[in-house]
Write a protein that binds this ligand. Structure first.
Ligand code: HPA
Length: 269
């Protein structure tokens, strides 16, 4: 594993001039953020050694390097989901590579179903914490070069970055919700009983990504900021049929404010 991380990072460093300080993982409906990246250098996942290739509709697979909010960034347009059949080491491999490329912060976005009755479709939710109901990506041999055997998770989502998001959102008039993200494998959306259960155990939203990448980022010592677009509601009385198309449609509509928020946060970092 150590060798493949180094090999992939070396390959990228030989191809790309940008030295990224910030990594960004773009979820459903957030791919458009890349249009704001200046001085772009692009690598297709299929051209990067050891990178899996993304398959899901709505997720193209490219690494985009350049400048956003005056900072050097690397953005993943398209991520690897556990439900696609990748194992957790593959899902989180890009985070290991971004760490090797020396990123100092990781920003993550996703789409999720709200289970907090105060949420509305199209809301942005800053992740304050998560509940991992997926396989843990750190299972198996621990490489001490990458991180400790038993990583602390008391501040999975960096409090300073959350404060920066709140301050930035209020200056530009963006409403933010905050909450706990429940990570499930999918690919099924939830039954009404499952949505209710996720609420009872302390969740505010549920989705099929993010948690593995965040765990590996924390294992690597990288501070994380994550944000979710609430694309549907798993709230009693408000549950309607969900589809991937609907999730993408709502994601696209809310992505403009999310992009603005992230860009402005980077300016202040
Ligand atoms: N459940 C799980 N994942 C999701 C949902 C949902 O309701 N909406 C978007 N991603």
């Amino acid at each position: 594993m150590l060798e493949s991380i180094k090999k992939t990072a070396d390959f990228i460093q030989n191809k790309v001039k940008t030295k990224p300080e910030i990594g960004i993982i773009l979820g459903t409906g957030l791919g458009g953020l890349v249009n704001k990246i200046e001085n772009q250098e692009i690598l297709e996942y299929s051209d990067i050694p050891n990178f899996p290739v993304s398959t899901v509709e709505g997720h193209s697979g490219r690494l985009i390097f350049g400048k956003l909010g005056g900072k050097n960034v690397v953005a993943m347009q398209g991520r690897f989901h556990f439900y696609e059949g990748y194992d957790m080491k593959q899902v989180t491999f890009p985070v290991r590579v971004m760490k090797e490329l020396s990123i100092k912060y990781l920003f993550v976005s996703n789409a999720s179903g709200g289970v907090n009755p105060d949420f509305e479709i199209g809301d942005l939710m800053v992740l304050s914490d998560h509940i991992n109901l997926m396989q843990n990506p750190l299972l198996g041999k621990n490489y001490k070069e990458l991180g400790v055997r038993f990583p602390d998770m008391s501040e999975a989502y960096n409090k300073k970055l959350i404060a920066l998001a709140d301050e930035t959102a209020s200056t530009v008039g963006i409403k933010l919700q905050h909450g706990v993200y429940v990570g499930t494998t999918g690919p099924t959306f939830e039954t009404p009983a499952e949505y209710k259960y996720f609420r009872i155990i302390g969740g505010d939203a549920v989705g099929m990504s993010t948690v593995p990448e965040v765990i590996v980022a924390r294992h690597s010592g990288i501070p994380v900021f994550a944000i979710s677009i609430i694309t549907d509601l798993g709230v009693e009385g408000k549950i309607i049929e969900v589809s991937h198309e609907e999730v993408q449609k709502v994601g696209a509509a809310a992505e403009v404010k999310m992009t603005e928020l992230i860009k402005k946060m980077l300016e202040k970092l």
